[in-house]
Design a protein. Structure first.
Length: 214
């Protein structure tokens, strides 16, 4: 059904931090309607949208606040921009199976919803909750400082080349991966680790900034 190889699916699983019992769900979640009219991610997207809504609602309920505040926060968190950001952090757009050169902006958030639907179908609510918390909520609730942007601004001000990030899996488990990043900047190498590629890159940039500004 899918044009995605078993090797590529394994790579995607590592990026997601979730190992599927049924990998065809993951393959389906990455198949755009332009590649297959009958077997594509639209149904999983529909499911994933509701799953994300519930997980975010439950998270905000536990966090507390008025109904109006929680509603506003939920609308913000499940909108296109943060879903697209989560999708890009996981490199999902790179793996979409498509029949046209450009699938449009909506697909960037839709594929994240579809993957969430696939995780829910494969592993249940607990697996989906862990996935959404790590890949969506952690990034947008805590609003971490943009160390990568700060580092880029710093080196540009010095007339240096842009930082070069090299990131990969370093260990952990299938559902709780660990990543390490080496950033090359100003002729030096700095290392950062984290539970996602984005976190490892952020920590590497933070380490570089701290050292270079001494």
């Amino acid at each position: 059904m899918s044009e995605i190889s078993a090797k590529e699916l394994a790579i995607i699983e590592r990026e997601l931090g979730y190992k599927f019992k049924d990998r065809q769900l993951l393959a389906l979640a990455l198949t755009h309607s332009s590649a297959s009219h009958s077997r594509n991610y639209e149904q999983l997207e529909f499911l994933g949208d509701s799953v994300i809504q519930l997980i975010v609602t439950h998270f905000l309920y536990k966090k507390g606040g008025s109904e109006g505040e929680m509603t506003a926060q939920r609308q913000k968190l499940v909108s296109h921009a943060p879903l697209k950001c989560a999708s890009e952090e996981l490199h999902l757009p790179e793996h979409i199976v498509k029949g046209v050169p450009d699938v449009g902006e909506k697909a960037l958030s839709s594929v994240y919803e579809a993957v969430c639907g696939a995780v829910f179908s494969d592993g249940g609510y607990a697996a989906a909750e862990q996935f959404v918390t790590r890949t969506l909520l952690a990034a947008h609730i805590s609003a971490p400082r943009n160390y990568k942007g700060d580092l880029q601004e710093y080196v540009q001000g010095k007339g240096e080349d842009l930082p070069e990030y090299n990131t990969g899996r370093s260990g952990g488990t299938s559902n709780k991966p660990e990543f390490v990043c080496n950033v090359i900047v100003c002729g030096k190498s700095f290392t950062g680790t984290g539970g996602s590629k984005a976190e490892a890159e952020r920590n590497a940039a933070k380490s570089a900034l701290k050292s270079l500004k001494k």
